[in-house]
Design a protein around this ligand. Structure first.
Ligand code: ZN
Length: 627
């Protein structure tokens, strides 16, 4: 049924597409001698390169996981393509016009993935054209106010989605796309309207330079979606945990310089590149995560001596510091390469370029410091180092940080550095660090998570009566963490009395402490903004750290937080409490003999009835809120 691609053409594609160039677009390859190249395998997780490419033979092979094949196999595997799709993609790349065997009927319909990519490419062209239309004045103004002229808008492919809501759908239908394809691409909604309406758009490309999605900025006051930024929904093409805006522009330089600069938004990426920071990328609609880190590591490769730098630009306030601490909780291998570039004025790269010029953006990146030093300085700054007991407390707070570094080769250096900062005996500091490290490994030995990639628990104090900070990724505590986040970020959306929440609804002592601090802060009616008040009401430093991270972590919600979201969480958390109480009571009932102690039994039974009614009520409240 399917038309076949002419065999000669397949051979021509295989010959003409240089395997080192094709793979080099995804993996940083370095000379390994003997005519071979080496890099970090894109198919499994590794720290030392075992992925080998031999251009003279046109093959790749990974000694770690056993993946291997020719350039076509590579394309199929890396981008999940059919054989024909891989050939078509490579043919485009090397400029070969494919012929299809005639006897097998008409040209086969390309795979869905290719169709979605084609739809995105045409959508990006359409949106870019719309930016010069009369409808898009507000969009052009937005760009101009941020120092972007027409030429830079074109360079970054910035576009405008017409307000009518049908323009793109009509355009693409006219080009032969079916509604099902447009919905699958995330370009059109189920109801037939364009996904993006009246917004400024940035095309998001994969590392092969194909448009796979868009980021969209609100520019009209009457936009019915309140969120400032929205993105293409998750599709076969667009996975937000794996895309980085600007990667298509930065990819080559990231490999060449072994450096990547992470900024926050689309305009920051533009400003950075225009200022000469050509390794800048941004995550799209989600926090920078482990998948992003792995993607960059592959592009940078691993040299023996120099491992590459990933530089995060944070502003210098509490939120930025908390964000740094959050990065700290991620993949350990990544940390040694992680740097922080802090702008003391708090300006993001876009505003920095606008107010102080392009050199200021380059200087920001040049001022980077290792994340470890940044975090260590933050911890130390909370203590009075002029006093002996202050230095000792600071040492006890900082030692677990240094002790948590898994790369033991680095521990010694950081311990010496810490000794220098504290003005203490290096040997004393080293011993404290070792103590903290062995304590940490005892703590985690019994509870390795599924992927063996646990976040280091940051124990800021050796005293046992202080609550240890919970792992942010603990699924069992997800509702608690989200509710605590809402207490910090959206207190005004709770009904009086915190929607019926009590401290007992929080099973983790640290989250319970956040709730207690919120109650206290509310009762004190003090001055200052809410987050500072709640932090001030906290009893321990590490609860303040937790509050800061809760203040900056994104809520899992598209757009503005609404009160129904709060209701769903507060009711959901109370529901968990009631369910715990029910199971306890049931177990006690089972152990009670109704004949021997009828009064006790009946009392417990009526308690159970009350709890069951409450369970039903909370269940419908938490579910109903999300309808
Ligand atoms: Zn491999």
């Amino acid at each position: 049924m399917a038309g076949r691609i002419n065999d000669e053409d397949i051979t021509a594609v295989r010959d003409r597409a240089k395997i080192e160039d094709v793979i080099g677009a995804y993996v940083a390859l370095r000379n390994a001698g003997g005519g071979s190249l080496k890099g970090l395998c894109p198919f499994h997780d590794e720290k030392t390169p075992s992925f080998q490419v031999t251009p003279s033979r046109g093959f790749f092979y990974c000694f770690g996981c056993g993946e291997g094949g020719d350039v076509i196999t590579f394309m199929q595997k890396i981008d999940n393509l059919s054989f024909a799709e891989a050939i078509e993609r490579l043919a485009d790349r090397v400029g070969i016009q494919l012929r299809y065997t005639e006897d097998a009927g008409p040209r086969p319909e390309p795979g869905l993935r290719s169709r979605l990519m084609d739809a995105h490419r045409q959508a990006a062209e359409f949106f870019a054209e719309q930016l010069s239309g009369p409808d898009a004045i507000a969009g052009r103004q937005f760009l101009a106010e941020r120092g972007f002229d027409r030429e830079s808008a074109e360079r970054f492919g910035v576009g405008f989605a017409p307000r009518s809501g049908r323009a793109l759908a009509d355009h693409l239908r006219g080009r032969g796309f079916r509604d099902t394809e447009l919905v699958a691409a995330g370009l059109v909604r189920e109801n037939g309207y364009d996904f993006f309406r009246g917004r400024l758009l940035w095309p998001i490309r994969d590392s092969g330079r194909q448009v796979v999605g868009f980021g969209a900025r609100r520019i009209f006051d009457d936009d019915r979606i309140p969120a400032k930024y929205i993105n293409t929904p998750e599709t076969d093409l667009y996975k937000k945990s794996q895309v980085l805006y600007g990667l298509d522009l930065a990819r080559k330089q990231i490999g060449k310089k072994s450096q990547a600069v992470i900024v926050e938004g689309y305009t920051d990426v533009m400003a950075a590149h225009l200022s000469g920071v050509d390794t800048a990328v941004a995550s799209c609609g989600t926090a920078f995560g482990d998948d992003h880190a792995r993607l960059l590591q592959r592009l940078m490769g691993n040299h023996d001596a120099f491992r590459g730098e990933v530089i995060f630009t944070f502003d210098g306030d509490a939120a930025g510091q908390a964000a740094a601490l959050k990065v700290f909780g991620g993949d350990q291998n990544f940390i040694a390469q992680t740097y922080v570039a802090v702008e003391p004025t708090g300006l993001d790269p876009c505003d920095l370029r606008l107010q102080h010029g392009e050199a200021a953006v380059r200087e920001l990146v040049a001022r980077r410091v290792p994340l470890y030093r940044f975090v260590m300085n933050n911890v130390l700054s909370q203590y009075d180092l002029d006093r002996a007991d202050g230095r000792l407390s600071a040492l006890r707070a900082a030692a677990p940080l240094v002790g948590s570094i898994r790369d033991t080769g680095l521990v010694g250096g950081y311990a010496r550095e810490l000794a220098g900062l504290l003005g203490m005996d290096p040997e004393e500091v080293r011993q404290e660090v070792m103590r903290a490290a062995s304590k940490a490994s005892r703590h985690t030995a019994g509870a390795q998570p599924r992927n063996g990639n646990s976040a280091p628990e940051i124990e800021a104090s050796p005293k046992d009566d202080l609550p240890k900070l919970p792992d942010p990724r603990d699924r069992m505590l997800a509702t608690e963490r989200e509710t605590a986040k809402l207490l910090v970020q959206a207190p005004h959306l709770f009904r009086p009395g915190w929607d019926g929440l009590s401290v007992d609804d929080f099973t983790h002592p640290a989250y319970a402490a956040v709730f207690t601090s919120a109650e206290k802060a509310l009762a004190q009616q003090g001055a200052g903004d809410w987050i500072h008040r709640i932090a001030a009401a906290a009893e321990h430093d590490q609860i303040r750290t937790l509050i800061a991270s809760l203040a900056v972590e994104p809520l899992p919600v598209q757009g503005e937080v609404e009160d129904r979201f709060v209701v769903a969480h507060s009711a959901g958390l109370q529901l968990l409490t009631v369910m715990r109480q029910i199971s306890e009571l049931k177990s006690r009932l089972q152990r009670t003999n109704p004949v021997e102690s009828p009064t006790k039994y009946n009392q417990m039974f009526s308690e159970l009835v009350v709890l069951e009614a409450r369970r039903k009520e909370l269940q419908s409240r938490s579910l109903g809120a999300l309808d």
